[in-house]
Design a protein around this ligand. Structure first.
Ligand code: COS
Length: 385
């Protein structure tokens, strides 16, 4: 697909920021598990945290293609920062835009669009990952409040974000139609951050449990109507999957570029290893894999920009790009040989950072369910029987 002048300008702006300001800090932040607070502040100023939000709410009103291009650039430098950017922009700003009241948008979306509040999404639970409809968290209406109880798990930004979109059951007997979404701030009574996960990758972004014990959420913090929660989550995940696919693309591209650079410099048997056909074929496969991901990401984003249904395309992009990032980062380590296995070179971090991409925001297997349901098209009929 052909990119416009504006797309290229946004890509250039994001690339300059990511390579100059973000990339030099990424390895140390990964090792120290240090949250990229200062980079997020800069990203707020650059408009990277309200990319899809209309100007009337303080955002940049860019299209999804621009967003995907910027996401790939940020991920090229630091996947930990990119995942915070993705959750905040796609699932969180997107859900507020779609379901928020004018008051909720004024109070939360406006500061979110400037990066003054970072928002996280709390869907998964210890016993409800791929099957969110089986969640156990409850929210019971009592007067002017909902009383929230339960535990959320694997929440990106759980220890650091200021706002959370939390899904809980308002009608536990109604299956997925009994789930509602709430805007919860850190200062609400009965809300605590739980254990911090000790993760393999994306270590500069924290992942924690959220604990709700009779947490008092004001009734006007219900996002959408009671029972809208599953649709809030599913439509948010459509956007989120484009974000994670673009993140995967950026990480794959970074691994490819580093591997090519290394293969041209590393001399064995008296010549650069890039002269060997075995490696040239490997690099050709990697580049083709990255390019296919790019086309799927841009296709899903462009469909969304045309306001066409894009769940299938978002899942295809997420499926291919996340698997690609795992393949390509692994191949990059192979090209680096022994050096690739050490922390001296960034490909070791890329490999660890890539691993979760086929898991969060819907595993590879979930993406295949979504794609097959659309392609075969018999799901609704079977459900009606
Ligand atoms: N956008 C809006 N609504 C959607 C939707 C979408 N993309 N996908 C499904 N829905 C709605 C359907 O219209 C349906 O509504 P009604 O039954 O009220 O008419 C409802 O959601 C249920 O749809 P469906 O029957 O297709 O859902 P399933 O229970 O079969 O499950 C999967 C769907 C498996 C795809 C879903 O549970 C899923 O995505 N799981 C993975 C969750 C995940 O990504 N977890 C990781 C979280 S990290 S934030």
């Amino acid at each position: 697909m052909e990119l416009t002048r504006e797309h290229l300008m946004i890509q250039k702006m994001a690339r300059e920021f990511a390579r100059k300001d973000l990339a030099p800090l990424a390895a140390e932040r990964d090792q120290k598990h240090e949250y990229p607070a200062e980079s997020l502040r800069q990203m707020g100023e650059l408009g990277l945290l309200g990319m899809l939000v209309p100007e009337e709410y303080g955002g940049e009103h860019m299209d999804t293609v621009s967003y995907a291009l910027a996401m790939a650039e940020v991920a090229y430098a630091c996947a930990s920062t990119a995942v915070i950017m993705s959750v905040h922009n796609s699932i969180c700003c997107g859900s507020l835009l779609r379901f928020g009241t004018p008051e909720q948008k004024e109070r939360y979306l406006v500061p979110m669009a400037k990066g003054k509040i970072i928002c996280s999404f709390a869907l998964s639970e210890p016993e409800a990952g791929s099957d969110p409809a089986s969640m156990e968290a409850t929210a019971e209406k009592q007067g002017d409040y909902y009383i929230l109880n339960g535990t959320k798990r694997w929440i990106t930004g759980g220890a650091t974000s200021g706002l959370f979109i939390v899904l809980a059951k308002t009608d536990p007997d109604a299956g997925h139609r009994g789930i509602s979404a709430f805007l919860v701030t850190r200062d609400m009574e009965g809300f605590e951050t739980g254990r911090l996960e000790d993760k393999m990758g994306q270590c500069a972004s924290d992942t924690t449990d959220l604990l709700f014990s009779n947490c008092k959420v004001p009734a006007d913090h219900l996002l959408g109507k009671e029972g809208d929660g599953f649709v809030v989550a599913m439509s948010g995940l459509d956007d989120g999957r484009i974000g994670i696919a673009a993140l995967s693309l950026g990480l794959g591209q970074a691994a490819l570029d580093h591997a090519v650079d290394y293969a041209k410099k590393r001399v064995q048997f008296g010549r650069p290893i890039a002269d060997n056909q075995g490696l040239r074929w490997m690099i050709a496969d990697m580049a083709t894999d990255v390019e296919a991901a790019r086309l799927l990401v841009l296709n899903a984003a462009a469909k969304k920009d045309r306001k066409e249904a894009c769940s299938k395309e978002a899942s295809m992009a997420k499926l291919h790009a996340s698997e690609m990032a795992n393949r390509v980062t692994g191949q990059a380590i192979q090209i680096y040989g022994g050096y690739g296995y050490t922390r001296e070179f960034p490909v070791e971090r890329f490999y660890r950072d890539a691993r979760v991409l086929t898991i969060y925001e819907g595993t590879t297997q979930i993406q295949k369910i979504v794609i097959a349901n659309h392609v075969i098209g018999d799901r609704k009929k079977k459900k009606k029987k």
